[in-house]
Write a protein that binds this ligand. Structure first.
Ligand code: AKG
Ligand code: FE2
Length: 373
């Protein structure tokens, strides 16, 4: 989840360098898949969260009709005139309806979205169409169960008490549950070869975990530990689980939050479909202390992070850009590369993942952004 501001008049959306077509075939293998109902699922989930920070979950127990109903209601909402969408949900500050502008600090993408807080299983915005609200509430209730189950499996895989992580989010009074519905219409711009138009810029999710569903339209990519970006093939019958920054801290870095991003759907001769994704973000209560859990630490192990509360981390996050290494200021080890994650390029240095300066896409500097109006 990221902070959102009101739609702005921003006219330029950055391009990103995309994995070549042959990487798409390898991608399936790079994304771990865990059957949540299988014996040994705890070890498999913990392994995936250690090695990639992301996995595809099957046998998750959410009936297909729940996501299908939400997709239909959400697409009907996004088809409304912009003013009606704004009147119904308010401009995203950070909650509400937003278009192209993500957060308060200049991030832009080819998308529109609804960002909603859900507590006591009630979507907070009462002026949304009742059928959309009902679909969101049913979906959230189902996803909360998946989140709880995954957190139990992670605890089991880490060898700690089963309810330890789950209890921070599920059934905890005041926990910070947020749902985001992202709509990426087909983008009419033709980016240079091996590039795409940014749908949602690279970031990690700050919560404990997030669970994503998408329709059949591709676009999500994750960054592997070796620095390669790989596309995540969309499978609407599966859910995708992201390790968030808070879980990284709670496990003292054993599990690592995954960088991910979305490339906007390209125009296709057969008429590309919109991408629709719905993400449930499992965040703790604002007063929850986030620090390495004593239960996961070995004797004498040093904490890699200073303790903070979830409210403190959220405040800090609202001041940053999507791609910033937001845990940097909370790390206890001296940083040697300007607050970026170990092994990642320092801010402002050439990152081969981006279409920058012309080297990646053969484009001169001023054209590294796409004009959208
Ligand atoms: O839309 C997607 O597929 C992912 C979006 C995302 O990462 C987010 O909303 O945090
Ligand atoms: Fe995300």
């Amino acid at each position: 989840m990221v902070a959102i501001t009101a739609p702005s008049s921003i006219e330029q959306i950055p391009l990103m360098r995309c994995p070549r077509a042959n990487a798409v075939q390898q991608a399936g293998a790079a994304v771990p898949c865990v059957d949540l109902s299988a014996p040994g699922a705890g070890a498999a989930v913990a392994d995936a969260c250690r090695s990639v920070g992301f996995f595809r979950a099957t046998n998750h127990g959410v009936p297909a009709r729940v996501a299908d109903a939400l997709e239909a209601r959400a697409m009907a909402f996004f088809a409304l005139p912009a003013q009606e969408k704004l009147d119904m949900s308010g401009a995203a500050r950070p909650l509400g309806y937003g278009s192209k502008s993500i957060g308060a600090n200049g991030d832009v993408g080819w998308l529109e979205y609804l960002l909603l807080s859900v507590s006591a299983n009630t979507v907070k915005i009462s002026s949304l169409p009742p059928s959309l609200r009902a679909a969101l509430e049913e979906y959230t209730a189902a996803l909360r169960e998946v989140c709880g189950r995954v957190l139990e499996l992670i605890a089991e895989g880490l060898g700690v008490e089963r309810s330890l992580l789950r209890a921070m989010v599920v059934g905890r009074e005041g926990s910070d549950e947020v749902v985001r519905v992202n709509h990426y219409p087909p983008c009419p711009l033709l980016p240079p070869v091996d590039c795409g138009v940014t749908g949602f810029g690279e970031h990690t999710d700050p919560q404990i975990i997030s669970v994503l569903w998408s329709n059949r339209t591709a676009g999500l990519q994750i960054k592997l530990r070796d620095g390669r970006w790989v596309p995540v093939p969309p499978t609407p019958e599966s859910l995708f689980v992201n390790v968030g920054d808070s879980l990284q801290v709670l496990t003292n870095g054993r599990l690592r939050s995954v960088k991910h991003r979305v490339v906007a759907p390209a125009p296709a001769p057969d008429g590309a479909r919109s991408r629709l994704s719905v993400i449930y973000f499992g965040g703790p209560a604002p007063s929850q202390r986030i620090a390495p859990l004593p239960q996961v630490m070995r004797d004498g192990e040093q904490s890699l992070y200073r303790e903070f509360t979830w409210a403190e981390y959220k405040r800090a996050m609202y001041k940053t850009r999507l791609a910033d290494h937001r845990l940097g200021p909370f790390e206890l080890r001296a940083s040697t590369n300007g607050g970026n994650r170990p092994g990642e390029p320092a801010a402002g240095s050439a990152d081969p993942a981006h279409c920058s300066g012309g080297s990646a896409c053969g484009m001169p500097q001023p054209q590294q952004v796409a004009r959208v109006h």
